[in-house]
Write a protein that binds this ligand. Sequence first.
Ligand code: PHE
Length: 343
Amino acid sequence: MQSQLEQLKQAAIDALKTVTDNESLERLRVEVLGRKGKMADLMKQMATLADEERKLVGAAANEVKAAIEAAFGEAEGRAHEAQRAQRAQAEWIDVTEPAIGVRSGMGNLHPVTQVRESLEDLFVSMGFIVEDGPELESDHLNFTALNIPPTHPARDMQDTFYVDGHPDMVMRTQTSPVQIRGMRKYGAPLRLIAPGRVFRNEATDVRHEHTFHQLEGIVVDKGISFSHLKGVLETVAKHLYGADTQIRLRPKFYPFVEPGVNGEVTCFLCKGAGCRLCKKSGWLEVFGAGMVHPNVLREGGVDPDVYSGFAFGFGLTRLVMLKYGIDDIRHLEGGDLRFLKQF
Ligand code: PHE
């Protein structure tokens, strides 16, 4: 009997080695350990044994049963693990895949960046270089060097962010300081544009924002005249609003130019007839410009007796608002993707 028990144990362990699914495992369990199973059969036979022998065989039977149960436990663990792996394979998902109906990860450029890049291309095609300037600028370059000394009333036109503990620094209120930086760095002759962010301490509303974008330009050479300025501004206006666009220049005071002008373009909405956008005038105010003031040339290290130049500046932010009919300037720096994804 002992050897029958041993055989049963070995057979069960061998059989369990190849079982991987729960169903065959249960079948095997009934076959070996069930009430009418092989183990039970052997137990029944024990009744016929003499007392002494029954004791011995009983002990051995208990050991065999325990060993078989342990083997079942292991096989169960293996079956469970196999099942889990199978399910993981079947239910595999790519968590990085975009949900249905959601746009993929492709972004788009900010509308100000799009207009800026298209203007940079235009100016580069006319021989201009594109220059950066710091947003935290010295009071001197932002104002004084541009012919706006500390007591000059023109400072009041640009509400300025000053910097605690640094009385000589401001958040630049205009891109014009890059005129001086450009002349100092490259000398004359010079054709340069400087797009960038500027800051004003404005109470914000639909038309005013503390942060916006300008694009500055300066040309310095021998014999530069007002007609060169007009030609360049006309080219820019036609690039922006179409070939039939005209420009109109009217006197306006800026301390760093003389003479200074306010540049307007034909309203692209009504083509000059007069509408809501241009407040019935037929013209849209776009540029500030003029001939570079001799003091400013001097600040840039350029001799005004040899060279002359013109400069212009316009609000990139304003161009973008006009181009897309955006009625609230705050959308542009607001960072709301529902707004930005439309461009
Ligand atoms: N810096 C002026 C402004 O911010 C614009 C300007 C630039 C005017 C260059 C004349 C020449 O309003």
